[in-house]
Design a protein around this ligand. Structure first.
Ligand SMILES: Cc1cc2nc3c(=O)[nH]c(=O)nc-3n(C[C@H](O)[C@H](O)[C@H](O)COP(=O)(O)O)c2cc1C
Length: 374
């Protein structure tokens, strides 16, 4: 696809895409990638080890972009270090009625209320199985994000079935309790429900011989007290990490779509999700825990990615940034991160992770450099 190769033409291609309904445009992009029409974009290698997994670089694609694991053979061409597929449910699911995705260009944001539309466990597992069989040397790491069916009578059982099915194939597994588009799903954050969920998951994990790291994907709309209770359980039960965060139901935006229900992602989510990241990092430090954090929400360039790292992120994910910045977004982030690395003389990202205690402080480091007084 020459169009995607040339930066100059991306704007033109994006203009065309933006005339099409967002979901149709998304499906078209998935087809382009899946059928191998995406040329390889050469990116900087920024290798790092997180959760004992070797990543080629810290930037990945967030869940929801490839819900059905259709692009796993090809997505490395974008330069990402990892892809998180899903959210996958036990049974295939249509999701909510369309239209259910809204572009908000003036806010550089998206509202979606998809409702876990996906091909279901069996079909997706076969795709991933094939990928594992035929791509033994693939460098891309694969996260598998799971959730319950909307009409499931036992949601915890759904998570356990999905853990059982995918443990063998995932580099890491994500328990998604934070989509605002499955009624009452977010109630799993509440103290008693969360405890029950974690205890049950732990029992399931203990039955499996090899289990990859398990992370919990949380909402950005939690109070500090709710966050602390969740982290306490995660640490107590020795789960491996957090994804901070899913989309928000808050609306600090201008768009005419602001009244549409669903989760808001993109630039307006940056501050919200980064605040939760900072608080989570502080709580983890207080508990003396070093579990990993994947930060997502409003990352679209090197600066926003560096801020996430300074505020405590081990890895970074994006989705909306890809929609607005195009296929070179990952390359640009990695180039810029590498420039910050050189400027600030960073030998190991661990040395700067969580260094900033506020977004303001992180901003100052990004603007002035690490060695200047912040
Ligand atoms: C259209 C769309 C669909 C999404 N679907 C899922 C999903 O199925 N599961 C999930 O955990 N997150 C889903 N997300 C949330 C993203 O994974 C991510 O957490 C969020 O968009 C914040 O990142 P961003 O600002 O870079 O987009 C979706 C986001 C968008 C925009």
């Amino acid at each position: 696809m020459v169009i995607l190769l040339n930066k100059m033409y991306w704007r033109f291609f994006y203009k065309i895409l933006s005339l099409i309904d967002p979901e149709t445009a998304h499906n078209l992009i998935i087809k382009i990638i899946k059928n191998g029409f995406l040329p390889k974009i050469k990116t900087k290698s920024i290798p790092l080890k997180v959760m004992d997994i070797k990543f080629q670089n810290p930037v990945g694609l967030a869940a929801g972009f490839d819900k059905n694991a259709e692009t796993i053979n090809q997505i490395h061409k974008l330069g990402v270090g990892f892809l998180e597929v899903g959210t996958i449910t036990v049974f295939p699911q249509e999701g909510n009625p369309k239209p259910r995705i809204f572009r908000l260009p003036e806010d550089k944001a998206i509202i979606n209320r998809n409702g876990f539309n996906n091909d279901g466990l069996t079909l997706i597992k076969n795709r991933i199985k094939d990928f594992r069989k035929n791509n033994k040397r693939s460098n891309i790491k694969l996260g598998i994000n799971i959730g319950p069916n909307k009409d499931s009578s036992d949601r915890i059982k759904d998570y356990n079935k999905l853990i059982h099915a995918f443990a063998k194939y995932a580099d890491y597994l994500v328990i998604n309790i934070s989509s605002p588009n499955t009624p009452n799903l977010r109630k799993l954050h509440s103290d008693k429900n969360f405890k029950n969920l974690i205890i049950s998951i732990k029992k399931e994990i203990n039955k499996i011989k090899i289990c990859p790291p398990i992370l919990i994907k949380i909402s950005p709309d939690l109070s500090n007290i709710e966050l602390e209770k969740i982290i306490k359980e995660i640490v107590k039960h020795k789960l491996n990490g957090l994804i901070i965060s899913n989309t928000t139901v808050k609306r600090n935006i201008k768009s005419k779509y602001k009244k549409e229900t669903g989760g808001l992602s993109g630039e307006p989510l940056f501050k919200e999700s980064t605040k939760v990241l900072i608080t989570a990092k502080k709580i983890l430090n207080d508990f003396g825990s070093h579990i990993s954090i994947i930060a997502t929400g409003g990352v679209y360039d090197g600066k926003s990615a560096y801020i996430k790292i300074l505020c405590g992120a081990d890895l970074i994910q994006l989705y909306t940034g890809l929609v607005y910045r195009g296929p070179f977004v990952v390359k640009n982030i990695l180039d810029q991160l590498d420039r910050y690395r050189k400027r600030d003389n960073i030998k190991n990202w661990e040395n700067v992770r969580g260094l900033a205690k506020s977004i303001n402080q992180a901003n100052k480091i990004v603007e002035n450099g690490l060695n200047k007084k912040t």
